[in-house]
Design a binder for this molecule. Structure first.
Ligand code: BG6
Ligand code: MG
Length: 230
C-alpha cells in the first residue's frame, strides 16, 4: 500500500479565518491610530502573530515598549477569539471535509501544519480534530514559515519521509516552506500569487479524486508542475 503524508495549513485552506484576523487586526490598529486595509491583511497571511503586529507598527511608523506590544497582542487575540467562538462546521471551506474523508478512507497520513496558536481550538470548533493524526501549530515551532520546520515536524510525527509528503497551502511563505522541505506543494488560491507551487487549485472543489489518487500512487510527483484546473 502506498502511504503518503498530507499536511494541511489551516487558515485559508480549511477555514476562511482571514476575515476574522482582518477584523481583529483592524480594530487593534485603528485603536492606536494606524489605518489597516484588506490589501495589507493579505500580506499577513501565514505570518505569525508577533510578526503581524511588527508589520502593522512598521506601516504606521510606530514603536511600542515590550510590555505594550505584549498587551496589544493579547487584545488582538481576545478579539479574534470572540469571532472564533461563534464558528461551527458551516465555516469549513468547500470540499475540505470530502477530501479529508477520502484520505482517511485511503489510509493516508494526515497532519495539520499551521502558524496559528489557536489551531486546535479552531479544529475543535469545526469538528475536524479527529481527522488529523498529528497537529503541529504555532506553539510547536521556533521558526515561522517560510522556514520548513512546521512541515518537517509534521512529517516526523506521521513517520513519513518529507519527499513522500504533500502540503496544501494558501500563502506564499507556506509554499516556500513546503518546497524547502522537499515536499509536493499544492497552492490553494490564485496561480498568479502561488506560482511557486508545484500545482495550484482555486479550491478543493477543483481538485479531482483522480489527482489525489495519482499522488498517492506516485504517478504525480514534485517538479512536474502543471497549472491545471484554474
Ligand atoms: C496563520 C494566519 O495561519 O496564523 C496568520 O495565516 C496568523 O494570519 C497566524 O497571524 C497566527 O495565528 P494566531 O491564531 O496564532 O494569532
Ligand atoms: Mg494559511
Amino acid at each position: 500500500m502506498n502511504k503518503k503524508g498530507f499536511i494541511f495549513d489551516l487558515d485559508g485552506v480549511i477555514v476562511d479565518t482571514a476575515k476574522y484576523h482582518f477584523l481583529a487586526w483592524k480594530k487593534l490598529a485603528n485603536s492606536i491610530g494606524i489605518d489597516f486595509s484588506e490589501v495589507q491583511n493579505e500580506q499577513l497571511k501565514g505570518v505569525s502573530r508577533v510578526r503581524s503586529l511588527e508589520k502593522i507598527l512598521e506601516w504606521g511608523s510606530t514603536s511600542l515598549s515590550q510590555d505594550e506590544f505584549m498587551r496589544l497582542m493579547g487584545l488582538k487575540n481576545d478579539n479574534y477569539l470572540s469571532y472564533i467562538n461563534t464558528m461551527d462546521d458551516s465555516e469549513i471551506l468547500p470540499d475540505v471535509t470530502e477530501t479529508l474523508n477520502f484520505l482517511v478512507e485511503k489510509q493516508q497520513g494526515i497532519a495539520l501544519g499551521s502558524a496559528s496558536r489557536n489551531a486546535r481550538s479552531i479544529l475543535t470548533k469545526v469538528n475536524l480534530l479527529d481527522k488529523f493524526q498529528s497537529v503541529v501549530d504555532g506553539n510547536d515551532v521556533s521558526k515561522a514559515k517560510p522556514d520548513p520546520e512546521v512541515f518537517l515536524i509534521g512529517a516526523k510525527l506521521l513517520n513519513i519521509e518529507p519527499e513522500n509528503c504533500i502540503v496544501f497551502e494558501d500563502s506564499v511563505a507556506g509554499i516556500q516552506a513546503a518546497n524547502t522541505a522537499g515536499m509536493i506543494s499544492i497552492g490553494i488560491g490564485e496561480n498568479s500569487v502561488l506560482h511557486e507551487a508545484d500545482y495550484v487549485f482555486k479550491d478543493f472543489t477543483k481538485m479531482s479524486k483522480t489527482f489525489i489518487t495519482d499522488i498517492i500512487s506516485g504517478k504525480i510527483e514534485k517538479q512536474s508542475k502543471k497549472s491545471i484546473n484554474q
